[in-house]
Design a protein around this ligand. Structure first.
Ligand code: PEP
Ligand code: MG
Length: 898
């Protein structure tokens, strides 16, 4: 096999095959394909014909290579049986080690190895794993026998168990299995193997694997491959051990071997996080002796192999290895999961080192990675204040960067419950297990008392982009009492805590956050030395993406400050300014209410003239920030009742403030009340019934633009009419805008180039796009409303329906998050074609939430839109996604040519 065969051999099987091709030392073995697994499920959980024969014949080959025999009492071959899907699902499925042992072969192993303690350590491990994975027994039953024994000997580590202890523990395990299953333990290794392969197939369907697939969008029908390999033993004494290594730091991207190692141990010891491992490299902070110190020759060999594998696989890798009596074996190589900062730095460094191209570097950075590096952090002063106030509870390993705060939950269920009540949660566990996955998903951050950088919690949290601290030995958790102790304090469930996943510090209470270092670097504010590399990587990657993409990128921004941020983050204009957001400011809302409550045109005009200067000032500020770039300003959109209070007491207070009878306010609220406000008196409908509001807004826009031009600026306003469904609507309002714009410009004796266009957010507008194009200089798809109206789902009330539709698999994604290409997308595509057909120079963009969704952006690129517009903090994602769309297109073309 080779690495090209992941679909068939699973990631683990394919990469093992590849490593053996390039002569990296891996234990010999063979892989049962995912196809066999699918056939097994398809036949009602029965092995496909011929599978057992094939297994036997490959076992014979394995015996020949190793010079051992499966089930032999003199020199028995032992194997591992390991799961491995097409994409890595760390810890979600099962594996069995030391298979082939029974009360006879264990004696053979003891004799052959000359180490009876080792042989029985293997045997008790096998019994435990077989009992757990194949026979469905509780792991704790075995654990409690083991820990009772250790307690009796006055120790806590496995090393306190002597040869005789392990012999009797193994015997106790066997008796326990036979008592619970009421069957003899299967002594025949072939039978053990058959049952184990079947159990690994079945582990594809265990609950946590199903959950993991749902969260990560992995299809349920792929199935897992099963790799059967000759055992190499890390539990063979002091010159043996097992470990995991990343070829670069998965937390920071630093270029050096990084990982953990346990001497005299087998693989599961490290993943379980029950013993704190040693580090690979010597460093001032490493606890205990490092592998480098203990076995410098083996460490050197590992370093060489890691570098070789990295350049062969052209990526940062996550390796599993075992050392048997001083000889190194690789057990797995896969793409290493990494944090946002690490992803950026690794992609950038590998491009600079000539390992990958710019295109590959762009593809290596995921939207979530960017979100992480742009997410807020605790300011240094806040950290120092918290430390001085004695709020620093403990320090652990900084497994997932970023700041998070929330209320403490001690179990996944607790976390889910609290999250359901709308609370932010920090999940605190002694160590996490795959069952905790749902709790981790809803948590802001994860804190564990045990485990290393590669423990389950660390790996999964990094995959989810959560801030995470592991191995925080200073905390003691009592989940039953719902309490933990740390830093000499006792902290209850529900209390607030803050995690700094970048430094590994745990604080009591909620700390305030500030923008990320990248934001600050963009604003030329000083940043930490360690952050400069990340910033350089960010800047170069964004430059490469900008040079690659064709799609324009604009921002949705409502204030000058938003606009400034947007420009820093690479916006090439503003695609949507929602003017109503300016109306809601505390000092403005009275004037807005006055306008709504006005009883005569004169009164209304008076109120509008109070709003005019405020709006003019806003528009001036935005145009100034966006000098030389287009700024799309949308005229008022929401129904007017949104600006009036709903509650009787507040209505009375308002009446008092306005100097009118409470009855007047009540009557107005009643008059404006609508059954379906989202389908009601809003958007251009409002502009048509209250042209004076739109006129005031247009006057403010053009007065601001003219003033800006007088001041030497280069304003480029684009006026946008919302919720158009009929040609006449836009025709009338376009005339209004042009008349008012011309009037103002004439007054200023200044000309400002401008456009008048429409939002496309009513399905009817898409159907009549050709005629509407005659009245519009541009279309901007409002895919929020367009999705709402195409589905007939209310944007504001749909959450419970969506939840059950997703559960029932009626929908596979939330169409408000990722564009429904086959429905709403068809309308967008159709309208784009029709509009451009009528008017070649029609500018077309999208400003709904989908403008910041990577998958949707790829699609908008494919239908040839001019730009997408999204919230400022998603701009880097949009820039990258637009570049990735170009690369994907190129790859697809390449493939079809082949
Ligand atoms: C839209 O409908 O997609 C849009 C951008 O407008 P709003 O969300 O303000 O309705
Ligand atoms: Mg809308």
């Amino acid at each position: 096999g080779s690495r090209e065969q992941r679909e068939l051999l699973g990631g683990k099987g394919a990469n093992l095959a590849e490593m053996s091709l390039i002569e990296v030392p891996v234990p010999p073995g063979f892989t049962i394909t995912t196809e066999a697994c699918r056939e097994y499920f398809g036949a009602g959980d029965r092995f496909p014909a011929g599978l057992e024969d094939e297994m036997e014949s490959y076992l014979r080959r394995l015996e020949e290579i190793r010079g051992q025999r499966f089930g032999d009492c003199e020199n028995p071959l032992l194997v591992s049986v390991r799961s491995g899907a097409q994409v890595s699902m760390p810890g979600m499925m099962d594996s069995i080690l030391n298979l082939g042992l029974n009360s006879d072969t264990v004696e053979g192993l003891a004799r052959k190895s000359g180490n009876r303690r080792f042989a029985f350590d293997c045997y008790r491990r096998f019994l435990q794993m077989f009992g757990d994975v194949v026979l469905g027994m509780a792991r704790e039953e075995f654990e409690s026998i083991l820990s009772d024994r250790k307690k009796a000997l006055g120790g806590s580590q496995d090393s306190c168990l002597g040869e005789e202890d392990l012999v009797s523990v193994a015997e106790e395990f066997r008796i326990l299995i036979e008592q619970i299953t009421r069957k003899d333990f299967p002594r025949d290794p072939m039978k053990q193997l058959r049952q184990s392969v079947e159990a690994v197939f079945q582990s594809w369907k265990n609950q946590r694997a199903v959950e993991y697939r749902r969260i990560h969008g992995i299809p349920d029908d792929w199935g897992t491959a099963v790799t059967i390999q000759a055992m190499v033993f890390g539990n063979r004494g002091a010159r043996s051990g097992t470990g995991v290594a990343f070829t670069r730091s998965p937390a920071t991207g630093e270029k050096s071997l990084y990982g953990e190692f346990l001497s005299d141990a087998q693989g599961e010891d490290i993943v379980a996080g029950s013993r704190t491992p040693q580090s690979l490299r010597q460093s001032p902070v490493s606890k205990g002796r490092s592998l480098q110190e203990m076995m410098p020759d083996v460490y050197g060999c590992l370093e060489k192999i890691a570098a070789r594998l990295e350049s062969h696989f052209e990526d940062m890798l996550d390796l599993e290895f075992t050392i048997e009596d001083g000889t190194l074996f690789l057990l797995q190589a896969r793409r290493g999961k990494r944090t946002g900062p690490a992803a950026l730095r690794i992609a950038h460094a590998m491009m600079k080192e000539g390992i990958v191209s710019k295109m590959t570097a762009i593809q290596r950075v995921e939207p979530d990675h960017l979100l992480q590096v742009l997410s807020p952090v605790f300011p240094e002063a806040e950290r120092e204040r918290a430390i001085a106030a004695g709020l620093l509870l403990a320090r652990g390993l900084n497994a997932g960067p970023g700041a998070s705060s929330g209320r403490i939950a001690f179990s996944a269920e607790e976390a889910t419950r609290m999250h359901g009540r709308g609370e932010k949660v920090i999940l605190v566990r002694t160590e996490t297990s795959p069952e905790d996955i749902l709790g981790m998903k809803v948590a802001e951050g994860i804190l564990t008392a045990r485990g290393g950088m590669t423990s389950h919690a660390a790996v999964v949290a990094r995959g989810m982009g959560k801030s995470c601290i592991v191995g925080c030995e200073g905390i003691r958790i009592d989940p039953i009492a719902g309490r933990m102790t740390a830093g000499g304090r006792s902290i209850d469930r529900g209390e607030e805590t803050s995690l700094d996943g970048t430094t590994g510090e745990v604080f009591l209470g909620r700390l305030t956050t500030i923008p990320s270092e990248i934001y600050r670097a963009l604003r030329n504010e000083p940043v930490g030395k360690d952050q400069e590399g990340i910033f350089r990587a960010y800047r170069d990657l964004m430059d490469w993406a900008d040079a690659t993409r064709r799609l324009g990128i604009r921002a949705n921004a409502d204030t000058p400050e938003d606009a400034r941020n947007a420009r820093l983050l690479g916006a090439e204009g503003i695609g949507l300014t929602r003017t109503e957001h300016m109306f809601f400011a505390a000092e403005r809302i009275p004037a807005v209410r006055e306008m709504i409550l006005a009883s005569s045109p004169l009164e209304r005009q008076r109120a509008l003239s109070k709003l005019l200067p405020m709006q003019r000032e806003d528009f001036y500020g935005i145009l100034e920030e966006m000098d030389g770039l287009p700024v799309t300003i949308r005229l008022l959109d929401p129904p007017l009742h949104e600006f009036l209070p709903d509650e009787p007491a507040l209505q009375e207070a308002l009446a008092h403030e306005m100097g009118v009878e409470p009855e007047v306010v009540r009557a107005k609220v009643n008059l404006l009340r609508e059954v379906n406000p989202m389908l009601g008196h809003r958007g251009c409908r409002l502009g048509l019934s209250h042209p004076e509001i739109y006129k005031m807004q247009v006057q403010a826009i053009f007065e601001a633009a003219c003033k800006r031009k007088q001041d030497g600026g280069d304003p480029r306003p684009e006026v946008m009419i919302p919720l158009v469904g009929l040609v006449r609507e836009i025709a009338i309002l376009r005339r209004l805008v042009i008349q008012e714009a011309e009037r103002v410009m004439k007054q200023f004796s200044i000309r400002v180039p401008f456009l008048v266009g429409t939002m496309m957010e009513v399905p009817r507008a898409c159907l009549e796009a050709a005629s509407i194009a005659e009245e519009a200089d541009f279309f901007s798809f409002g895919t929020n409303d367009l999705t709402q109206m195409t589905y007939g789902f209310s944007r504001d009330d749909v959450a419970p329906i969506l939840k059950s539709y997703l559960e029932m698999e009626i929908l596979s994604v939330d169409p408000f998050q990722s564009l429904d290409v086959s429905g709403v997308g068809r309308l967008v595509e159709m309208a784009t074609l029709a509009g451009r057909g009528r008017r070649g120079d029609l500018k077309i963009g999208i400003c709904g939430e989908h403008g910041g969704d990577a998958k949707s952006i790829e699609w908008f690129h494919s239908i040839g839109l001019d730009y997408v517009s999204c919230s400022p903090y998603r701009l880097p994602i949009a820039r990258l996604a637009a570049a990735r769309a170009v690369i994907a297109e190129g790859n697809a073309r390449e493939n079809s040519r082949r």
